[in-house]
Ligand binder design. Structure first.
Ligand code: HSE
Length: 303
């Protein structure tokens, strides 16, 4: 079987809507092998390694994307045996669907002897997701800047300063990305466009160089977060708590509902203190977890 390990990701980083994303050291694992069906009747055998409910029929996203890759490569598809271990919470803004897309594509590509390059897989994954800011970090790791043009993803992954960690505030409710995108305005003013693009550029340069004093300005956004706050009860309080506890920057993670705080590496008590503050504020349904940036992205092993 091939084993595919894919990191979680946090998209946007405030101002970098649909452009920036960071891979987090929280991983889904998938095992995949060809099944013994026929092209007319491919087999679909899907198991879960944990108690997370997943589709075990042909609607399974990993199965579907793997099948798509077989078809794109013109290779007969006889079905798959897939085993999933899901550690990335689903529908929480932490790139779980991108992790499934990347696992399906990378697994199938490996089983076929790697006919496609990583760049091809990145293009395919972003095309399926509709934006590249989770798929590219899941595939390449690190802090990733991406632009989609004409079906291709132009992307650069850089390491982030080792002086920071990422605290993720995860609520007990879900928010579908399509819902959180539907309410965004179709047009923005030039002033707001400049506001965001200057900050997105500042964010990448500052995270890479360790100019942490810039992060609080760099993370501000006018294109999506103001519209999404009403969908995330407690979000403004979470921002307040994170900044009061000394976070460098706070942003909605992807389309939400989780919230990402960039904190100092040496602040080992941050998660504990944040959890206590959340409880005192009546936000009992929120959990705080601390992660490093994943530097490598998805990887494949044979076992
Ligand atoms: N950039 C996307 C959005 C990320 O904010 O809608 C979704 O995970």
């Amino acid at each position: 079987m091939v084993q595919i390990t894919v990191p979680a990701s946090s998209a946007n980083l405030g101002a970098g809507f649909d452009a920036l994303g960071i891979a987090l050291a929280l991983y889904n694992r998938v095992w995949m092998e060809e099944a013994d069906g026929t092209p007319d009747n491919p087999l679909c055998i899907i198991e879960s390694k944990d108690s997370v409910p997943i589709p075990t029929d042909r609607s399974n996203m990993i199965y579907q994307t793997a099948r798509l890759l077989y078809e794109r490569c013109g290779h007969p598809f006889k079905g798959l045996h897939i085993i999933q271990e899901n550690n990335i919470p689903m529908t929480k803004g932490l790139g779980s669907s991108s992790a499934c897309l990347v696992a399906g594509l990378l697994g199938a590509n490996t089983l076929l002897g790697s006919p496609m390059s990583l760049a091809d897989l990145s293009d395919l994954a972003a095309g399926l997701e509709g934006h590249p800011d989770n798929t590219a970090p899941a595939l390449f790791g690190g802090l990733v800047t991406s632009v989609m043009e004409g079906g291709r993803v132009h992307t650069v992954s850089v390491p982030v300063s080792d002086r920071i960690r990422f605290a993720v505030f995860i609520p007990d409710f879900e928010l579908k990305t399509e819902v959180a995108r539907a309410l965004l305005p179709q047009k923005v003013t030039r002033e707001d466009a400049v506001y965001n693009l200057s900050r997105a550029a500042l964010m990448t340069a500052s995270l890479f160089s360790g100019s942490l004093e810039n992060l609080r300005v760099a993370v501000q956004d006018r294109l999506h977060q103001p519209y999404r706050f009403p969908l995330i009860p407690g979000a403004e309080k979470v921002f307040y708590i994170a900044y009061e506890l000394g976070a460098y920057a706070v942003a909605i993670s992807g389309a939400g509902p989780s919230i990402l705080a960039i904190v100092d590496r040496d602040d080992s008590e941050f998660a504990l203190k944040a959890q206590r503050e959340l409880k005192q504020s009546g936000l009992d349904g929120w959990q705080v977890q601390l992660f490093c940036c994943d530097p490598k992205g998805a990887c494949v092993e044979f076992n």
